[in-house]
Design a protein around this ligand. Structure first.
Ligand code: FMN
Length: 435
């Protein structure tokens, strides 16, 4: 059976003029806000989202309603919602499309989510490179303000919620939730030690919830259609859909919104993305953004349900689901070169706060550079493994850094060595580029 797309969030992305509030309303937009502000308490909204079992789509798959329930019910000052639109993970480009093509869908979710957690303001944190997307978001906020959906006394409810956009400067670490909070406060984006967790002490030392763009975009749909509708799709633990981003050596790269668990990784590549370009063979697939370990062609028949994949240290299948950024590499690709490309990225993006990252990732990058350029030695592979295992052993919960940036480069490095060791050895032996 051909794979059917499950268009919840992507349904209206290509409707002409959908960025305009009137067109958005003609397609059912802002009905959920009416429903919420005219008849639901904040706790009713939290219960609805909890009942839907919506899980965060920013990579960690934490239950959204539960996260919201950690926020104070009677705040003694301002509380905040932060929406994470940093999306710097190579291979991942879904949030960018959601915000660019249907900003009101996100905004409706933002206002309802802020109401539920009793936030007085919401910040939409947008990566610096997405300038046009941010300007589009600001236009949507102004339209919603004119319609009394943002700002003072929303729809006469007595509730006031301000919504701001905030540009980042284009750094990967700003996507990590505590790095994002630091950046939003105007500081260097050096992640914070947890606890305290953001719900206790977030931005400006006030209770804060941070959610991904895709997560928040589901909220109006769940309010409109009910939690049972959402739970009728996907798996029991992870209902609903997911937007996969397929890039690399495929015929038809793009975004595909699919029901969770409806098909395998191989089927997404072959059927949704049209298979490998020039009908070449697949050599390697990065399944969920560049920080997930690479996989080999024999591992691609795993069903795309995060429940089956490794949460580091657990899970039946030792691969990471991640952000849904599937990068396909065909037989013409050199794995040492591909690995070097990623390690250069991570070395550039380390915030420098923790020694294992600050020293470790430039060291790893330099060794891989040497190997790729015909200057590797037999000891190099062992050194690579030692450095990475000191930072975060592959898919183990252990790590020596404050945040998950350490595993974000150590897992892929160890993954390349695990799956393509012979290619690294060939480079060392032959002292040649692309051995
Ligand atoms: C290094 C690093 C980068 C991250 N980048 C992003 C990002 O760009 N967008 C995002 O939503 N989450 C990112 N996360 C995950 C966030 O820390 C956080 O878990 C997420 O925003 C929570 O939203 P959710 O509960 O809706 O998934 C990143 C995590 C790490 C460790």
């Amino acid at each position: 059976m051909p794979i059917k797309e499950c268009k919840i969030l992507t349904q209206h992305l290509d409707v002409e003029g959908i960025t305009d509030i009137e067109v958005y309303k003609q397609h059912g937009g802002y009905q959920a806000i009416e429903k919420v502000f005219k008849g639901m308490s904040p706790d009713d909204v939290i219960t609805t989202i909890q009942d839907s079992a919506l899980a965060g789509r920013g990579g960690a798959w934490f239950n959204t309603g539960m996260k919201w329930s950690f926020m104070p019910k009677e705040p003694d000052g301002p509380s905040y919602l932060c929406v994470n639109c940093d999306e710097s993970e190579p291979g991942t480009f879904k949030d960018r499309h959601l915000i660019a093509k249907n900003p009101h869908q996100l905004l409706e979710g933002v206002i309802i989510s802020a109401y539920a957690i009793r936030a007085s303001a919401a910040y939409i944190y947008v990566r610096g490179e997405m300038w046009e997307e941010m300007v589009g978001m600001e236009a949507a906020i102004e339209q919603a303000r004119a319609a009394n959906l943002v700002g003072e006394n929303i729809l006469g409810s007595g509730v006031s919620i301000e919504v701001y956009t905030h540009p980042g400067a284009g750094a990967y670490i700003c996507g990590e939730e505590t790095g994002l909070m630091q950046s939003l406060e105007g500081k260097r984006a050096e992640p914070r030690v947890k606890p305290p967790f953001p719900a206790a002490k977030g931005i400006f030392s006030r209770p804060t919830t941070i959610n991904n763009v895709q997560t928040v975009s589901y909220v109006s749909h769940i309010i409109n259609n009910g939690p049972d509708w959402f739970k009728s799709m996907g798996s029991e633990r992870y209902p609903g859909s997911f937007i996969f981003c397929v890039s690399g050596d495929v015929k038809n790269p793009g975004l595909f919104e699919l029901e969770i668990g409806c098909c395998t990784l191989r089927e997404i590549i072959d059927e949704c993305a049209g298979g490998v370009r020039d009908d070449n063979d697949i050599k390697a697939v990065i399944p969920g953004g560049s920080s997930t370990p690479v996989m080999t062609p024999d591992q691609l028949d795993i069903v795309m349900n995060p429940e089956l994949w490794a949460i580091p240290g657990r899970g039946e299948f030792q691969g990471m689901f991640g952000t849904g950024g599937i990068i396909v590499m065909d037989e013409t690709r050199c794995m040492v070169d591909a690995c070097l490309n990623l390690m250069m990225f991570y070395a550039h993006e380390s915030c420098g706060q923790c020694t294992p990252c600050r020293e470790g990732i430039p060291w790893v990058r330099d060794i891989v550079w040497r190997i790729e350029h015909g200057q590797g030695t037999p000891d190099d592979l062992k050194t690579l493994e030692d450095v990475c295992n000191n930072v975060a052993p592959l898919l183990s919960p252990a790590m020596s850094t404050i945040c998950l940036f350490g595993p974000s480069w150590s897992y892929p490095m160890l993954g390349f060595l695990k799956c393509f060791r012979s290619e690294f050895e060939e480079h060392v032996k032959n002292k040649a580029i692309h051995a």
